[in-house]
Design a protein around this ligand. Structure first.
Ligand SMILES: NCCCC[C@H](NC(=O)CCCN)C(=O)O
Length: 412
């Protein structure tokens, strides 16, 4: 026999599931449209307009397009219930929608957008008939562009977009379901070599070869890798290697990603990498310019209470959470990590009916497939149900906030 409070929460969870199911075609159309029109980080114009239109069709949402960033948006609803003057509890859902160059939505960000939209409309359905919640509740959906490249969430943090948000939810497609899986710190290094052009056959001795510097730099990093800690990563590309074989390259450009679990390790890795880049300049006589053009993505702070609630709700919907997720490692990164340092939240991973790996063409196909929908909507329901638990139970909200404070202390 459920207690009165539990009965109310269950009724709210039933309402949200019915709402999400009632919108399933529209939600699938939304993610399929985004999938069919892949746009790179910062250029998600179609996705932005499509999501703004999705929320604007319901006049009860207040929608701000081009919110603080050209392709970010904000959709707000509420507050509802609670006593006059009570502090409003603002529940945030995040939508990502940037694709990858050359392989479209190979990370399933179109499904992240669908999960965020579905969870938000579901929570709205659960709340709109409630008049006696412990506190007034508001819903905020943030369209957070450019996760794969520029770190749109970090720009939005710096612009104050998260200042009034109390909880934040999103989920990311993967190969299995996991309420939490570590994502590590990442920093980008851009390396430019400047040499001197000359005819490569007639007067090679007059040239200063910037491509030699690039090749040496890449090789230096490749040998450094065997001396790195096993949970560190460094990988990169030669973005520009020269113009023609008979012109000794006067300019080359390389891009590297450096990743470590802890910020202090990142400083150590950066110093080792920089030594490799400068050694290549010295060996060839080139000048070198080393920059970090994008902000550092932090690791995701865990929140045990939210993760446990998410798993409990997910299991009630039939989600299987492997004890040890076997098919994806915790060496990926996300700008959600930066959000997790300022707002309590969760960023679960979810199965989309494929064993393919992210950032592959096979995953792109899976992210646009009908068979991903059941898992996508189920994830949205579990997120929304988790939000219901927290907004209905002040003790749970306190535990969530305690977890957040403890996790931050452990980072120091
Ligand atoms: N500036 C580079 C950021 C790369 C982020 C990219 N993120 C993902 O693959 C998504 C992981 C889960 N959100 C990465 O290479 O880790």
């Amino acid at each position: 026999m459920l207690s009165g409070d539990m009965e109310k929460r269950q009724q709210m969870k039933d309402d949200l599931q019915r709402c999400i199911d009632a919108h399933k075609d529209e939600l699938h159309s939304l993610s399929r449209d985004i999938w069919s029109n892949p746009e790179l980080a910062g250029n998600e114009k179609h996705a932005h307009d499509r999501l703004v239109r999705f929320f604007s069709q319901d006049q009860t949402w207040t929608v701000q397009s081009h919110y603080k960033l050209p392709t970010a948006f904000k959709a707000s609803w509420g507050p509802v219930s609670g006593g006059v003057g009570d502090p409003v509890l603002n529940v945030g859902f995040l939508c990502e929608y940037d694709a990858l160059p050359g392989i479209g939505h190979a990370c399933g960000h179109n499904l992240i957008a669908e999960v965020g939209a579905a969870a938000a409309v579901g929570l709205k359905a659960a709340l709109e008939n409630q008049t006696e919640l412990p506190v007034p509740v508001k819903i905020t959906v943030l369209g957070t562009p450019a996760e794969e490249e520029l770190g749109g969430k970090i720009e939005l943090i710096n612009a104050g977009a998260f200042a009034d948000i109390d909880l934040v939810f999103m989920a990311h497609p993967a190969q299995q379901d996991a309420s939490f899986h570590p994502c590590i710190i990442i920093e980008e290094m851009l390396v430019k070599y400047y040499g001197k052009a000359s005819h490569a056959a007639a007067y090679p001795w007059e040239g200063v070869n910037a491509l030699d510097a690039a090749v040496l730099a890449y090789s230096n990093i490749s040998v450094l890798r065997q001396q790195l800690k096993p949970d560190w990563r460094i990988h990169g590309i030669i973005k520009h290697g020269g113009e023609k074989p008979n012109i000794i390259p006067a300019y080359t450009e390389l891009e590297f990603y450096l990743r470590t679990p802890l910020l202090k390790d990142l400083c150590d890795l950066k110093a080792k990498a920089e030594a490799c880049f400068r050694a290549a300049a010295g060996a060839t006589g080139c000048q070198v310019e080393i920059t970090s053009p994008t902000p550092t993505y932090y690791n995701i702070l865990p929140n045990a209470t939210l993760a446990s609630l998410y798993e409990s709700n997910g299991k009630a919907l039939g989600i299987h959470f492997p004890e040890q997720p076997t098919s994806f490692c915790g060496k990926r990164s996300t700008d959600f990590g930066n959000v997790s340092f300022i707002v309590p939240g969760i960023h679960p991973f979810f199965y989309i009916c494929t064993d393919a790996l992210n950032h592959t063409e096979e995953y792109t196909e899976a992210a646009g497939a009908e068979k991903a929908q059941l898992y996508t909507l189920r994830t949205a329901k579990a997120l929304s149900m988790t939000a219901v638990d927290v907004v209905c139970c002040p003790d749970l909200l306190k535990k969530v906030r305690d977890d957040f404070r403890l996790a931050k202390l452990k980072q120091k």
